[in-house]
Design a protein around this ligand. Structure first.
Ligand code: C5P
Length: 315
């Protein structure tokens, strides 16, 4: 994108927005709708693994991505085919004007891992560009634009714990006073393509219901603040499909539980596996045991906030 410097941008310097990874505490999937998307009943949960996105005012448009040491960048999309470009184009169209700036994305969320890293970047881009150019986009409009960008992008805006319906974009906040500790194990090697996992789900479940079952058991477990109850209630309908495509995930899940985790599940469409621990010390203990055989093991907690401004430079 090119064009005139955005109105208001001169008043502000760089804006940095942080957006969190998500896991699905519950992921119920139905048979595909006429538009090809699958109806979901899911409980999203934002955890403390973050991508940071900085927009610096400039007369041209540029996006550069840097990945943390633990992130495998092989699955990053090529330059120019980034969800950040799409977010900027959509926001520009919404306001009927050009948007410019230099964008730097610092990725710590695994790429193609089932933790919605791309969605986090899209949400961060919407918020950062809105603030940098002083666009004053309403929350409702940001959520609608987010839903156009991807099913998980609205949740990346709101964070916390939330029930997701429709294709995941229709959100209801869930009161979550728990402090849940997770051990996150990104899979070594290639990520999994979300459409491929959904396709395998269709093959494995030709009789999937038109509407997935409600998430009542999981929601009661969240409200109980009891990690053992939450562990027992974790549920992912996509897990058999992900494990079918990546049989090594069964070993990772077994290793986490052998290391003492309360329970392990594949995160979303995978291949990242997440393990619930009793508390922070227990999470560190489980992580320590898993590090012997897994190159990257991260401890995270949730729920955490959605996309939010962390710094605004003044010029
Ligand atoms: O919405 P998003 O772009 O993240 O979806 C990526 C792909 O994942 C879709 O093209 C579709 O194949 C699959 N998907 C689905 N049902 C959903 C969400 C995603 O089939 N509810």
């Amino acid at each position: 994108m090119s064009g005139a410097a955005p109105r208001g941008a001169a008043a502000r310097g760089a804006v940095t927005v942080r957006a969190a990874a998500k896991i699905n505490l519950h992921l119920g999937v139905g048979r595909p709708r006429p538009d090809g998307f699958h109806p979901l009943v899911t409980v999203f949960h934002a955890v403390s693994l973050y991508d940071d996105l900085t927009v610096t005012p400039a007369l041209d448009w540029r996006v550069e991505t840097h990945v943390a040491r633990h992130v495998d960048d092989a699955a990053l999309p090529p330059d120019g085919d980034n969800i950040v470009d799409r977010a900027a184009a959509l926001l520009a169209r919404h306001h009927g004007r050009d948007l410019t700036g230099h964008v730097r994305v610092e990725k710590a969320i695994p790429v193609a891992g089932g933790m919605a890293g791309g969605s986090a970047d899209a949400a961060a881009a919407l918020v950062a560009l809105d603030r940098a150019a002083d666009l004053g986009t309403s929350d409702d409009d940001l959520l609608a634009l987010a839903a156009e960008l991807g099913s998980d992008v609205p949740f990346a805006l709101v964070g916390g714990t939330a029930l997701g319906e429709g294709r995941g974009e229709r959100l209801t906040p869930v009161a979550d006073d728990g402090s849940w500790w997770w051990v996150v194990v990104p899979a070594a090697g290639d990520g999994l393509s979300t459409p491929a996992v959904y396709r395998r789900f269709d093959e494995l479940h030709p009789d999937a219901p038109a509407q997935p079952a409600p998430a009542g058991v999981l929601l009661e477990a969240v409200h109980s603040r009891d990690p053992d109850r939450l562990a027992a209630a974790l549920h992912n309908d996509l897990q058999p499909a992900a494990v079918d495509l990546r049989p090594d995930l069964a070993d990772t899940l077994a290793a986490g539980e052998a290391a003492g985790a309360l329970r392990g599940v594949v995160s979303g469409s995978g291949p990242t596996c997440v393990f619930l621990a009793r508390d922070a010390d227990h999470a560190r203990e489980v992580a320590g045991a898993l590090r012997d055989d897994h190159p990257t093991v991260v401890v995270a907690h949730g729920p955490v906030a959605g996309a939010h401004v962390v710094t605004v430079e003044t010029r």
